[in-house]
Design a protein around this ligand. Structure first.
Ligand code: NI
Length: 254
C-alpha cells in the first residue's frame, strides 16, 4: 500500500481526465493521497476532491509564490474549512526565493501567519522551501515549529540541512528528483535520513521521475521513487513501501 503524501490533482493539467487518472490510482496500489492546496482556488478544489473520493485527504494553505493574493479573509476561510475531518495539514506554506516575486517580506509574513494557524488548529504543516534554507529554518525556530510538526516537501537541500529539520521532529518528503542521475547531494541526504522519517510524494503534475521525466506526473510513478530509495537504503522496495506508508499515517495523524 503506497501513501502519496503530496499531489495537486486540482491542477489544470488534470482538467481533461481527472476521474480516469484517480480511478487508476487505487488499482495501482496507491491507497491514500493527500491533495495539497496552493492557491485559494486550489484549496476550494481540494475540498471537492476530499468530498468525492474516499482515499483523498487534503491540506489547505497558500503557497509562498501565491502569497500576493493572501489576506485575513482568506486566512479565516482556511481556518474554518480546515476543521473538516479529512483535512490533515496546513499547506503548502513556506518560502520560495527561486522566483523574485512575491516580495520576501510578504512571503515571510504569510509563512509565519500560517504556522501560527497550524498551531491553533493543532495540525501539522507542509513546508515548501526553495533557495531559502536558512531563512526557512530561522522562521521555524522563531515559531517553535518543533511543537507543530510536519513535513519538508520535495526536500532539495544537503544532509546537514536535513539534520536541522530532523532535529525539529520533521518528516522529509522525497519525490521524483531522487531518480535523476545528477541528484548526488539528495542521494547523500536520503542515505543519512532515518527510514522512519522519510515519506514519498510526486508533487504531481510536476517532477516526474525517470523513466518518465518531463512528462505529466501522477502517483502511479511512486514505485520508481520507492525503488530509488530502496537502492540507497539497501532494503527491499516492499520495506520502503511499508515504512513510508506508516510514516505518512503518523505525519498526517490518520
Ligand atoms: Ni506542491
Amino acid at each position: 500500500m503506497i501513501f502519496e503524501t503530496h499531489a495537486h490533482y486540482d491542477d489544470k493539467a488534470f482538467y481533461e481526465d481527472k476521474s480516469e487518472v484517480l480511478k487508476a490510482l487505487e488499482a495501482g496500489g496507491i491507497r491514500r493521497v493527500v491533495n495539497i492546496g496552493s492557491s485559494f482556488n486550489s484549496c476550494k478544489d481540494t475540498l471537492k476532491l476530499m468530498e468525492e473520493y474516499p482515499f483523498i485527504y487534503g491540506a489547505l494553505g497558500i503557497h509562498p509564490s501565491d502569497t500576493a493574493e493572501m489576506d485575513d479573509t482568506v486566512l479565516s476561510w482556511i481556518e474554518k474549512e480546515s476543521r473538516h475531518e479529512k483535512c490533515v495539514a496546513v499547506g503548502e506554506i513556506g518560502l520560495d526565493y527561486y522566483w523574485p516575486e512575491p516580495d520576501k517580506e510578504v512571503q515571510k509574513k504569510w509563512f509565519i501567519r500560517q504556522l501560527e494557524l497550524a498551531r491553533k488548529l493543532n495540525l501539522p504543516v507542509v513546508i515548501h522551501s526553495r533557495n531559502a534554507a536558512m531563512e526557512t529554518i530561522e522562521i521555524m525556530k522563531e515559531c517553535q515549529a518543533e511543537e507543530i510538526g510536519g513535513v519538508i516537501h520535495c526536500f532539495s537541500y544537503s544532509k546537514e540541512i536535513a539534520k536541522i529539520f530532523l532535529d525539529m521532529g520533521f518528516y522529509i518528503g522525497i519525490g521524483g528528483v531522487i531518480t535523476f542521475k545528477n541528484a548526488k547531494k539528495l542521494k547523500e541526504a536520503v542515505s543519512y535520513i532515518p527510514m522512519d522519517r522519510i515519506v514519498v510524494e510526486t508533487d504531481s503534475p510536476y517532477l516526474a521521475p525517470e523513466p518518465n521525466r518531463g512528462k505529466r506526473n501522477n502517483s502511479l510513478n511512486l514505485p520508481y521513487v520507492i525503488e530509488a530509495i530502496s537502492h540507497i537504503k539497501q532494503i527491499s522496495p516492499a520495506q520502503v513501501e511499508e515504512a513510508t506508508w506508516n510514516n505518512g499515517n503518523r505525519l498526517y495523524r490518520i
